[in-house]
Design a protein around this ligand. Structure first.
Ligand SMILES: Nc1ncnc2c1ncn2[C@@H]1O[C@H](COP(=O)(O)OP(=O)(O)O)[C@@H](O)[C@H]1O
Ligand SMILES: [Mg+2]
Length: 378
């Protein structure tokens, strides 16, 4: 069964006993709200009491924006559902409540965060709330610590590995973050004028060696449950509270990837606000707070091992942040923060500075010791 606006009313009637939000005879209003590339997201509300609503996320068996000629396993939603389960258990309240998961049709029914805003939109508007960065730092730290290989017996680790063996999605990330942007690839694009910078990057052997090393870590390190797509579009914000969504890339991997993606999107915002010093300064504080909270909440009983683990996570995070920044500038998927700059010379200035900074993060990720050292380069 493929879900669309025409088939949804029937689906909801058939499934009402599992979803348990509406009665079978409730008159429903359905609208498509998603803006994503892979899936379809709907809001379903009670026509008479619109405050009673839910969100349905549906994964068609292909990449939504490309169509049926581009098949993609619907299992991605199984991983998202499992991640929601783990997050709800370990860090309750940091994700939408999950009402129902239907693996066959590939649908998650979840709490509707109706009045929340996408964090990226707040950052674009120059609204930087350091409480959000702290919450995301805490969320990552709690989940990463509790599912960390150093904190589990081998049977439990095996179980997490099996539950989060999300190879299809991991290999998409490997291509689009670590490989395609730095090769000749049809999906790459950049602002005309950035060409010399891109050519220099692609010829920089020191950079390419470090990028390859980071790709190896991404593909092989099995550390803890990693969200896998934790950028500022995967955080919804309301009343100084953050909720994490879109965990279809969740895998058992190197946790520095989550911190790196999150930071990279703050850094991209930083470069997009090039002349607004107070916004830039708040973004720097948010980046510091993310790490400080992460490190303070991180749990491994042995102090020496904990320090060593945190130091390695930090180095990985810095490298991953650099690669995420670069692929958002020259790869297939750019960010609104920068694409929205209409004045081209201004956009180019932001992109050049961000590209330079991202490159340095990758090349120096093993020697940069702390957040202060990173911020000193801005
Ligand atoms: N639980 C929710 N409550 C409110 N809006 C949501 C919820 N989940 C998703 N959305 C909206 O749908 C958009 C796409 O959701 P997302 O999970 O990122 O889908 P995709 O994986 O296709 O990108 C989000 O940016 C957000 O605007
Ligand atoms: Mg997604």
């Amino acid at each position: 069964m493929e879900l669309n606006l025409a088939t949804l009313p029937d689906y909801l009637r058939q499934r009402h006993a599992e979803i348990r939000i509406f009665e079978s005879e409730t008159e429903l209003r359905i609208e498509e709200i998603g803006d994503g590339n892979l899936n379809t997201v709907y809001r379903v509300s009670d026509a008479e009491r619109p405050e009673r609503s839910l969100v349905l996320k549906h994964a068609p068996p292909y990449i939504k924006i490309l169509g049926p000629d581009y098949p993609l396993s619907t299992e991605r939603l199984t991983y998202e559902s499992r991640a929601l389960g783990v997050y709800n258990q370990l860090a309750s309240g940091t994700v939408p409540a999950q009402y129902d998961f239907d693996a066959e049709v590939a649908v998650i029914a979840m709490e509707d965060l109706r009045d929340a805003r996408v964090l990226r939109d707040d950052l674009i508007a120059g609204v930087v709330d350091t409480a959000i960065a702290e919450q995301i730092g805490r969320f990552m730290s709690v989940v990463h610590s509790h599912t960390h290989v150093e904190n589990l017996d081998s049977a439990t680790t095996q179980d997490y590995r099996r539950q989060f063996a999300n190879m299809t999605m991991q290999s998409i990330t490997a291509d689009y973050v670590f490989t395609f942007p730095f090769a000749e690839h049809e999906t790459n694009f950049w602002t005309p004028g950035l060409e010399p910078d891109v050519q220099r990057l692609k010829a920089d052997t020191d950079f390419l060696v470090q990028a390859k090393h980071l790709k190896q870590i991404f593909l092989t390190m099995q550390q803890a449950v990693t969200h896998g797509d934790l950028h500022t579009g995967s955080v919804l914000v309301q009343d100084h509270t953050a909720k994490v969504i879109d965990a279809e890339f969740a895998f058992y991997g190197p946790v520095g990837f989550d911190i790196g993606l999150y930071w990279a999107n703050y850094f991209l915002s930083y470069f997009s606000h090039q002349d607004t010093l107070d916004v830039q300064s708040a973004l720097k504080t948010a980046i510091v707070q993310t790490w400080d909270t992460y490190a303070a909440e991180f749990r491994i009983a042995d102090d020496t091992l904990k320090e060593r683990t945190l130091q390695n996570i930090f180095h990985d995070a810095v490298g991953f942040a650099g690669l995420e920044m670069l692929r958002r500038l020259i790869g297939a998927a750019h960010v609104k923060d920068i694409e929205g700059i209409v004045d081209i010379p201004r956009k180019l200035r932001a992109e050049r500075a961000a590209l330079q900074f991202g490159t340095t993060l990758v090349k120096q990720h093993q020697s940069l010791r702390d957040v202060a050292a990173i911020l000193a380069m801005l």
